[in-house]
Design a binder for this molecule. Structure first.
Ligand SMILES: Cc1cc2nc3c(=O)[nH]c(=O)nc-3n(C[C@H](O)[C@H](O)[C@H](O)COP(=O)(O)OP(=O)(O)OC[C@H]3O[C@@H](n4cnc5c(N)ncnc54)[C@H](O)[C@@H]3O)c2cc1C
Length: 266
């Protein structure tokens, strides 16, 4: 594990740049951080800029990031080749409550790019399976061309119940997926009985609907956690761009308990 000053960007070599969809790619970097699932790093390329990206791995001897190309930094990172150097600072923020949830069932819901944030939870559960009861993982994508982390699904199935949805199956898929929104899948699935913690990451509407469904099914607001995304620069609670009410997404989040954001919930 690299132990470092989180304020100081450190160089990391690109080990692999894997194209997952037309706009999304996965970077493996030769750096190992002590992070919590749900935390993020600031990734930069010299002379280009910096962007916050969720850590899609936990306790590995590499760092995995999954990135969608939307602008200057992410497109430049998308052109990275093995051997190139990028810079990493962090990890930052508050992750998912993995330790506090020990002994509970887990419901994990990821949508689209948001699966990158919950992928760290899957790594954690795989390595600490005996600490949790039933683990239900729901992942949803628009269609078969937008599926990410497909190569991990069989491994996830070894330690949890995995439910996959595609908004539309029209494109055809070898995937064992149901057609519809992932929020519908959460609605129709009988959830585990007993103490349960839910962890969600995806588009705001997905988190809102799946969170509300879980509350309607009897979960309390303090059992549901969401990961928020806001435009940010410093990641250290200084620039104030990422504030949600009085809270900093970078420092108090990005993972928040449902009731912490009730009046701001998207
Ligand atoms: C905590 C956190 C975790 C994130 N994790 C991931 C991840 O795992 N994978 C990933 O692909 N992206 C992630 N993002 C989003 C990512 O940081 C932005 O897409 C990136 O900063 C864009 O940088 P750019 O220079 O490529 O684009 P820019 O040229 O800076 O921006 C392109 C467009 O996107 C808008 N934009 C940029 N950042 C955001 C934002 N945070 N929210 C809404 N709109 C924004 C800009 O206003 C602009 O319109 C995360 C963001 C946060 C805050």
């Amino acid at each position: 594990m690299t132990s470092t000053n989180v304020y100081l960007p450190q160089p990391a070599k690109v080990l692999e740049n894997l194209r997952e969809t037309a706009e999304n790619f996965r970077l493996l970097l030769d750096i190992s951080l002590q992070n919590e699932p749900g935390q993020f790093v600031q990734v930069s390329k010299l002379g280009i800029g910096e962007a916050p990206i969720s850590i899609a791995s936990w306790n590995r001897d590499y760092l995995m990031l999954h990135i969608r190309e939307v602008g200057t930094v992410t497109r430049s990172l998308g052109r990275s080749k093995p051997g190139d150097t990028v810079f990493i600072r962090g990890p930052y923020g508050r992750g998912y409550p993995m330790v506090e949830s020990e002994g509970c069932n887990l419901i994990i819901v990821g949508g689209g790019c948001g699966v990158a944030s919950v992928k760290g939870i899957f790594d954690y559960v795989e390595k600490n399976r005996d600490r949790y009861g039933a683990v239900y993982a729901f992942v949803g994508y628009r269609n078969s061309k937008e599926v990410i982390f497909e190569d991990f699904v069989e491994a996830w199935k070894q330690s949890m119940s995995v439910f996959v949805s595609l908004d539309t199956l029209k494109e055809g898929t070898c995937y064992d997926a149901s057609e519809g929104f992932v929020t519908d899948l959460v609605k129709i699935t009988e959830l585990p009985k007993g103490d349960t913690i839910a962890m969600l990451c995806g588009p705001p509407i997905m988190m809102k609907l799946s969170g509300q469904t879980l509350l309607d099914k009897g979960m309390r607001e303090d059992q549901v956690y969401v990961s928020e995304e806001r435009l940010m620069y410093c990641a250290t609670g200084t620039c104030c761009h990422c504030m949600i009410g009085s809270k900093f997404t970078c420092r108090d989040g990005p993972v928040f308990r449902w009731d912490e954001l009730r009046e701001h919930t998207t």
